[in-house]
Design a protein around this ligand. Sequence first.
Ligand SMILES: [Zn+2]
Length: 94
Amino acid sequence: MKYQSPIPEVKVTKEGQPCRHCGTPVIKTGHNSSWKPKAGQPYYFEYWFKCPNRKCKAIFMVEDAKVFLYDEKQESLLERIAELDLEFEHAISK
Ligand SMILES: [Zn+2]
């Protein structure tokens, strides 16, 4: 039997990196186009990596893929700012 070297504990951050559990090159995946984050969800992952090995099915989340969502208060404030901007543009174009 061949000796299998242990898989080093490296973070999976790129497609094709070996799975930390079984060494299979991972593939990049993400939500389907109809997916939307749930209301009140503070953040979501834009993409992640999964192990294509059916017996393993490991999933690796990447910190870089984290997308932070505004909370409602902040969002309404940003909308208000956008409105004010429009009012301002309107005022100076007169
Ligand atoms: Zn695996």
